[in-house]
Design a protein around this ligand. Structure first.
Ligand code: HEM
Ligand SMILES: *[C@@H]1O[C@H](CO)[C@@H](O)[C@H](O)[C@H]1NC(C)=O
Ligand SMILES: *[C@@H]1O[C@H](CO)[C@@H](O)[C@H](O)[C@H]1NC(C)=O
Length: 505
């Protein structure tokens, strides 16, 4: 991405603003308001010093900064930025208190002008709608049609087809290279073809798959940069996004999505998301505002969101889970045995009757949340832990550190799916957020991940490559807006003799 110089300017501006803020304290009103303790200037500077200068700041460096800051902060801290107050929460009890008890006060979101939502001039989507009737109804449409257990069975055919493609790909790659596969290669394409079936009710040809994959990847990396600057006023964000991404802003995705919308529906699949949107009646947020149909550009925003929300997180999670299984032959062996006993694995029934399969998926997501933090806009001032959080503040929740909090999880860095077999542990997982605006697709994500993990493990045994000397896979993370593996997973696969799954145990 050619954004280095502008990012540098932006970063410098931000730092000057911050220094000004520290220098001119006490700020007006802050004493009266009793904000959470301020992030100390010293730790901010230490974190900045820790970045590998003098390499130009890239997105990854800026996100390193954010993550280093997380290491320095207490359970709740605040930072007064030039245009807004940011509050950081990394304690799970405080997070639950805020997300549940003060749910209505923190259920708003900013409406960033990212490429995903830029088919409309005003930006439209479930994830970015203000808290209100329109959001509630859009979210209900998504959840009831596409992410409930009963709806997942409508897409069984598409899922099976995509799974076959993936298994074939691994088989032929392994045959050509002494059993070794590069797990991540083309993985996102596989997921995009599944999501397009769900969204537009049709299959993708090869050319469309490549184009969609390229388009979504660039939209998501632009969005990640812009979301990082979401504390800036909307107008400044718009100017920056024009300036930073003038060459390929939003428009290009309209091409492929519109093409899919207009040339869709082979009717092999059940009702698709786009069909429900064509029928959808959007209620107004103000009382007595009536209902109206969605415009075409709004439908494109919603479809881009549907594909973007799951198409990026889910393959990241799958790669992490498979890497953990390579490193933990005992867990992989136990899972293979359970799957063997289940027999056919196609629908919800088999999937829900294997608690161990679900535990493996949840444990992978706990240790490696694909979205390490999420944030909300405060719609109404509230108090937590004796501190006031003002209206208009952004509250950031640090899901990554909550996932490895040793007060909640015994031996938190250990990959140990058995911990999820005990009741009540799911509730403590923050990787999908919480409260009213929790991830709308969490159930479907866990289902899809379980489905692919099950088939990959049932078909092949996954081992470290000889180049790793039979040793462990490198499990370091790339600190980005999303948190993928730093080194893409390579593994050696051996087709399982399904009559004798014990050999890995
Ligand atoms: C492993 C996969 C996934 C992860 C880790 C993930 C994570 C998240 C997180 C952390 C949030 C913010 C929650 C909050 O503010 O409390 C979110 C929101 C959301 N996610 Fe997911 N997600 C995943 C898959 C999906 C899938 C498959 C869909 C399906 C369409 C989806 C749709 C959404 C939507 C629509 C929102 C916004 C909800 C709202 O504002 O009401 N996600 N996701
Ligand atoms: C926040 O939660 C506390 C504790 O439940 C409650 O007393 C307070 O009224 C809530 N405030 C808002 C604005 O929701
Ligand atoms: C990935 O996709 C490209 C284009 O479709 C293809 O040429 C390549 O062989 C694929 N790679 C793997 C490992 O399947």
């Amino acid at each position: 991405m050619e954004v280095q110089a502008p990012l540098l300017i932006l970063l410098v501006t931000l730092l000057l603003g911050l220094l000004y803020n520290y220098a001119s304290s006490p700020r007006k009103g802050s004493a009266a308001r009793n904000l959470p303790p301020s992030l100390p200037l010293f730790s901010l500077l230490t974190a900045i010093a820790g970045i590998s200068w003098p390499s130009a700041p890239s997105l990854a460096d800026i996100n390193h900064l954010l993550h280093r800051l997380q290491a320095f902060r207490g359970p709740i801290t605040s930072l007064c930025l030039p245009f807004c107050t940011a509050v950081f929460i990394s304690d799970v009890d405080l997070a639950n208190q805020v997300l549940v008890n003060n749910g209505s006060a923190v259920s708003d979101r900013i409406r960033p002008s990212t490429p995903i939502h830029r088919h409309t001039p005003e930006n439209f989507g479930v994830a970015i709608s203000p808290y209100g009737e329109a959001w509630r109804s859009l979210r209900r449409n998504l959840v009831s049609g596409f992410v409930t257990p009963s709806s997942t069975k409508h897409f069984a055919g598409a899922r099976r087809q995509v799974k076959e493609k993936l298994l074939e790909r691994f088989t032929s790659e392994a045959a050509e290279s002494a059993g070794i596969v590069n797990f991540r290669n083309n993985l996102s394409r596989v997921f995009y073809s599944l999501l397009v079936s769900m969204c537009f009710g049709r299959d993708l040809d090869d050319r469309e798959t490549v184009e969609l994959d390229r388009t979504m990847k660039s939209m998501i990396s632009e969005s990640a940069v812009l979301l990082f600057f979401s504390f800036l006023p909307r107008l400044i964000q718009k100017v920056f996004s024009k300036f930073l991404f003038s060459k390929n802003g939003g428009k290009h995705s309209a091409g492929i999505l519109l093409h899919l919308l207009k040339n869709g529906r082979d009717h092999l699949h059940a009702t698709c998301y786009a069909d429900t949107l064509l029928e959808f009646e959007l209620p107004a947020d103000n009382k007595g505002g009536g209902k109206r149909k969605l415009r075409e550009d709004e439908i494109l925003d919603l479809c881009a969101e549907f594909i973007g929300a799951s198409g990026h997180n889910t393959p990241i999670a799958l790669e992490w889970i498979m890497a953990e299984l390579v490193n933990h032959p005992r867990v992989q062996g136990r899972l293979a045995e359970e799957l063997f006993l289940l027999g056919r694995i196609d629908g919800d029934q088999e999937m829900t009757s294997s608690p161990y399969l679900r535990a493996v998926v949840m444990e992978g997501i706990r240790l490696h949340p694909p979205s390490p933090s999420f944030f909300r806009l405060v719609g109404k001032e509230f108090e937590v832990g004796g501190y006031a959080v003002p209206k208009g503040a952004l509250v950031f929740f640090n899901a990554a550190s909550m996932g490895v909090d040793e007060r909640l999880w015994e031996d938190p860095l250990k990959f140990f799916p058995e911990r999820f077999l005990a009741a009540g542990k799911n509730a403590k997982l923050m990787a999908f957020g919480g409260g009213r605006r929790m991830c709308a697709g969490s159930e479907s994500a866990v289902f899809i991940l379980s489905y692919f993990v099950a088939h990959l493990v049932k078909e092949f045994e996954w081992r470290p490559t000889a180049a790793q000397g039979g040793e462990q896979v490198d499990m370091s993370a790339k600190m980005d807006f999303f948190m993928p593996m730093k080194t893409p997973l390579r593994a050696c696969i051996v087709r399982r003799d399904n009559k004798n799954t014990n050999k890995t145990a």
